[in-house]
Design a protein. Structure first.
Length: 125
């Protein structure tokens, strides 16, 4: 895909282990006029992060699974990616407290309405 295809589009990286969720979110973002890339594992997500340099990351974090929080910290503490806004998603409200010490992000508790996601996107994009 050439750079001119992305002109005016925002690149969004969606990270979640749930394949159905990834498919639905990719479809939603693409219908909204954005370029969406998906990753179902954290190593895959980091490779995509370096390859596409997204404008925004939608990252699922699950308490008890340290990988999501480790990826969040790696993104926020590494200079090349720290500027990329992250929207953290989780089924668990307590996740909101896990990532805050490492940098600011929006938080959406699953399930959330797409209208709420759109309002959040307008803030960060």
């Amino acid at each position: 895909m050439t750079d001119d295809v992305y002109y005016g589009m925002k690149r969004i990286l969606i990270i979640d282990e749930d394949i159905d969720w990834l498919t639905a979110m990719r479809s939603f973002f693409e219908r909204s006029g954005h370029a969406a890339s998906v990753a179902s594992s954290y190593p895959e997500a980091y490779e995509l992060l370096e390859a596409i340099l997204p404008d925004l990351i939608l990252l699922d974090i699950t308490p008890g699974d340290p990988n999501g929080l480790l990826l969040y910290k790696k993104i926020k503490l590494q200079g090349d990616f720290a500027h990329i806004p992250i929207i953290v998603t989780s089924h668990h409200a307590e996740t909101n407290d896990l990532y805050r010490p490492y940098g600011d992000a929006a938080f959406l508790k699953k399930p959330f309405q797409l209208s709420r996601l759109m309002r959040t996107l307008r803030i960060y994009l």
